[in-house]
Ligand binder design. Structure first.
Ligand SMILES: Cc1cc2nc3c(=O)[nH]c(=O)nc-3n(C[C@H](O)[C@H](O)[C@H](O)COP(=O)(O)OP(=O)(O)OC[C@H]3O[C@@H](n4cnc5c(N)ncnc54)[C@H](O)[C@@H]3O)c2cc1C
Length: 375
């Protein structure tokens, strides 16, 4: 008879969230195993596309700020542990029409948490960062802490560092089912193999309904086009001359990142590019209208960036419901509603909402638990 393999923690999905969980568990000395149905850095879900924004004063809600404070520390810890750079501070400018919720929200977060920020006139922004041409009546706030993360590199580092600490990793290995069983959790693989763990961290991104059908319609999947633009003035859009930006015009919320590695300025709409029924639903290519729409915004407000579209890609936002995770205990879900986890917050949302000693390595006799993260 083949003996079943046992671990303290099993992590399902090794995107930004799962790879951070794998590393966090390995660092705490747990026997951990991680699975992904594909190879890390693949372009089928949400943790790819060269860059991700990190910002401290969240316009969405001040309750994100403590999570982000910890995330900045955790990203720097990863850099120290690996000797590699994943976070570049560029600052961020958020600007919008008078009374824009984007600017009001960031200023509120900054004030409530006493974060460095500057209220600037559009003219001051345009003078300081000549890539911009913001309208004279817009509201603007600049945060010095905004920056850019490299998601594919971060995932590779998390996985490699976890392996160095003894973690097992199975790639191209889809997990079919995770079932609490007494005080443990059973992980069933597509090939029929079973693995036992004290706890499971479920981080399958947009495939989360495969494990928790109870999520049902609470989980909304949206297609999100990403576009890269050849700059009109390459010297003005480099990371040392142009910050990350969010712009709230009358009909769109657009964000963009400076040219980090010669691939152009990445820009996209933060609004939905269409609902997806499932993560596997084929996604319509980025249309000419979508390209023209983002380019028109850049031509108007960030003209130095608004050259030809050089590349496009399609990503998935897993939900619009606010929660960073929910705990599945004997098929009962309890929701952590305070914040939506994002790539930038992954190291700390994991540490806070999942990898507590309460849930991992729980003493024998307690029920096995799974923590669902990343929506
Ligand atoms: C266009 C776009 C822009 C974004 N911009 C930002 C930003 O600027 N800043 C920010 O902080 N966040 C941003 N986000 C959000 C952020 O990227 C996501 O929150 C984050 O990447 C989600 O990571 P994840 O690990 O939860 O999910 P995913 O990246 O989707 O990873 C899930 C993994 O689980 C694996 N998996 C699924 N099912 C199984 C299974 N059955 N068995 C084994 N493995 C499985 C998948 O293969 C995948 O690798 C953006 C998202 C998008 C789409």
């Amino acid at each position: 008879m083949v003996e079943m393999q046992t671990y303290d923690v099993a992590v399902v999905g090794l995107g930004a969230m799962g790879s951070a969980a794998l590393y966090a568990a390995a660092r705490r000395g747990f026997r951990v195993i991680g699975f992904d149905r594909l190879e890390p850095g693949h372009d089928c879900s949400s943790s790819f596309g060269e860059s991700r924004v990190i910002r401290l004063a969240y316009f969405e809600h001040p309750s994100y700020v403590p999570l982000l404070r910890g995330a900045y520390r955790a990203w720097r810890d990863l850099e120290v542990a690996t000797g590699e750079r994943v976070l570049t501070i560029t600052g961020i400018v958020e600007a919008g029409h008078p009374g824009a919720a984007l600017v009001e929200g960031s200023v509120r977060s900054a004030r409530e948490h006493d974060l460095p920020h500057e209220l600037l006139s559009p003219r001051q922004v345009n003078d300081r960062f000549p890539a911009f041409n913001l309208p004279a009546d817009w509201d603007c706030v600049a945060q010095p802490d905004g920056g850019v993360l490299l998601p594919e590199k971060a995932i590779g580092l998390f996985v490699a560092a976890a392996q160095d600490l003894g973690a097992s990793v199975r790639l191209n290995t889809p997990v079919r089912e995770v079932q609490p069983l007494g005080d443990r959790v059973t992980i069933r693989l597509e090939d029929g193999m079973e693995i036992e763990a004290g706890s499971a961290v479920l981080a399958p991104g947009p495939w989360i309904r495969d494990f928790v059908p109870e999520l049902g319609k609470r989980l909304k999947l949206t297609r999100q086009p990403l576009l890269w633009f050849s700059p009109v003035h390459a010297d003005l859009v480099r990371a040392d001359r142009m910050p990350v930006f969010f712009l709230q015009s009358s009909d769109d919320l657009t964000y963009g990142l400076p040219d980090m590695c010669g691939s152009g300025v990445k820009a996209a709409s933060h609004l939905s590019g269409g609902d997806l029924a499932s993560a596997d639903e084929p996604r319509a290519e980025v249309s000419d209208d979508e390209k023209a729409s983002v380019r028109a915004i850049l031509q108007r407000y960030v003209p130095a960036a608004a050259g030809e579209v050089s590349r496009t890609s399609l990503c998935v936002y897993p939900t619009s419901t606010l929660f960073s995770g929910c705990t599945l205990r004997r098929r009962k879900l309890s929701w952590h509603r305070h914040a939506r986890a994002t790539a930038s917050s992954s190291p700390v949302s994991l540490a806070k909402s999942s990898l507590t000693s309460r849930q991992i390595g729980a003493p024998a006799g307690r029920s096995g638990s799974s923590t669902l993260i990343g929506c």
